[in-house]
Design a protein around this ligand. Structure first.
Ligand code: ARG
Length: 459
């Protein structure tokens, strides 16, 4: 017999039972569901909607059910549809009439909204801390590589010299914004919907704030229709997670390139690489590739939920049951990727020589030659033109800018002097870029220090 069976004269088709049952995936909300129900039962007692004895019996039994679920002693039934009715049914099986009072003034619509919010609050917290661990590794790595010169790229063409620390700290900034997005979306998740009922609130004298307080929510939802039909907080989280995965994926893409024979900037630790079943020489960056690949799943989850929600009239619609698999999959994926990524970069071997060599020979100091001329009085556009011609000359003569003789320099512009060589050394090119946000050691150390302070403050 269904908990809602009163109005029906016929049993549901078995195929339909199976079709609309969500217990297969929403079973993972059992803990949130029970804690929510305990808080609800407590409030029903406090507000004299049920007696104190009844409230206590319900709470005690729910706690026992929780234990039994955790001990693996409970089998959920497809027939009972979802986690909410499964637990309620077990409660009624155990304490009969009293158990039937739990659902007073509550609907599965506000119940499920509560459960997802509780679940996501925990997951946001977990993911946030995984990001902190990643950030700490980035800070340590950066600290060790403030003098490791490497080419900076635009269009994947060598552009100007930077340092590995500067490059890594760029990712620190991205992940910092990801952390802020999580914090921000947490605020809107941390709002308690119970008391919204099915859609129009309830006639009982509930104390919604009491429930919110007991469950650790900062506030209560302000409109019952919105309370049951809002999934913005989940969409926000999926957007934030998509952006974080996009950052991870870009990083992975670079590591894949950098570990190729052609670059040889880094080598992944054996523990974070895999081989080929046919080619004995292969050491592949599969971990990085898989993270890059999994990014698509998280984007997919975000698009799926946005699309599910886009034409739903207020308030609850069964379509919304589709939110859970998308949410769970995205959260699981991110939680799978972050720790393995963190370990992978923590153990990476950096080939400083290759990075340095990679910076040479690609005219990465051409801008600095132009800047040299500007300091000697030429307008920048003119200097750009002069150096452009010099680069062409170098290309034709297979030389680098720093290999030109002073005579060759002078032929291009009479203002060149002997000091040009130090001015355009790769080390100098980096060191001169010492504005806040620049790659000079001084600026990067400053950024690292600020990063450390931020992490210490949010830890
Ligand atoms: N299993 C449902 C869900 O996940 C719970 C709410 C169902 N409410 C209803 N009136 N059918 O959305």
């Amino acid at each position: 017999m269904k908990l809602w069976g009163g109005r029906f004269q016929k049993a549901t088709d078995l195929m339909v039972d199976d079709f609309h049952s969500s217990i297969r995936f929403d079973r993972r909300l059992y803990r949130q569901d029970i804690h929510g129900s305990i808080a609800h039962a407590n409030m029903l007692g406090q507000c004299n909607v049920i007696s104190t004895e009844e409230s206590e019996l319900i709470q005690k039994t729910l706690a026992a059910i929780l234990k039994d679920i955790e001990a693996g002693e409970i089998e959920f039934e497809v027939d009972a549809e979802d986690i909410h009715m499964n637990i309620e049914k077990i409660l009624i099986d155990r304490i009969g009439e009293t158990g039937k009072k739990l659902h007073t003034g509550r609907s599965r619509n506000d119940q499920v909204a509560l459960d997802i919010r509780m679940y996501l609050k925990e997951e946001i917290h977990t993911i946030y801390h995984m990001l902190i661990q990643l950030q700490e590794v980035l800070l340590t790595l950066s600290q060790n590589h403030t003098e490791t010169i490497m080419p900076g790229y635009t269009h994947l063409q060598k552009a100007q010299p930077v340092t590995l620390a500067h490059h890594l700290m760029a990712y620190f900034q991205m992940f910092r914004r990801d952390m802020e997005r999580l914090q921000d979306c947490y605020k809107r998740t941390n709002v308690m919907p119970l008391g919204s009922g099915a859609l129009a609130g309830t006639t009982y004298p509930f104390d919604r704030n009491l429930v919110a307080k007991e469950l650790g929510f900062d506030d209560i939802t302000q409109n019952s229709l919105d309370g049951v039909s809002d999934r913005d907080f989940a969409i926000e989280l999926l957007s934030g997670l998509s952006i974080a995965m996009m950052h991870l994926s870009r990083f992975c893409e670079e590591l894949i390139l950098w570990s190729s024979h052609e670059f040889s900037f880094v080598e992944m630790d054996d523990a974070y690489s895999t081989g080929s079943s046919i080619m004995p020489q292969k050491k592949n960056p599969d971990v990085a590739e898989l993270i890059r690949g999994k990014t698509g799943r998280v984007y997919g989850a975000m698009m799926a939920l946005l699309t599910t929600m886009k034409a739903l009239p207020l308030a609850y619609n069964k379509d919304m049951q589709e939110d859970k698999e998308a949410i769970f999959d995205a959260v699981d994926t991110v939680k799978l990727c972050l720790p393995v990524f963190t370990k992978m970069i923590e153990t990476i071997k950096v080939n400083k020589e290759k990075m340095y060599q990679g910076t040479q020979g690609g005219f990465t100091n051409a801008t600095d030659v132009a800047d040299y001329l500007v300091k000697k009085g030429l307008p920048f556009r003119e200097a750009h033109e002069v150096v452009g011609k010099m680069v062409l000359y170098c290309v034709n003569h297979q030389k680098s800018l720093d290999a030109l003789t002073l005579e060759e320099y002078r032929r291009c512009s009479p203002v060149f002097e002997d000091d040009v060589y130090t001015a355009i050394s790769l080390e100098q090119c980096v060191e001169d870029r010492d504005l806040p946000g620049g790659p000079a050691k001084k600026a990067v150390l400053n950024a690292i220090e600020k990063g450390k302070q931020y992490i210490e403050a949010v830890k």
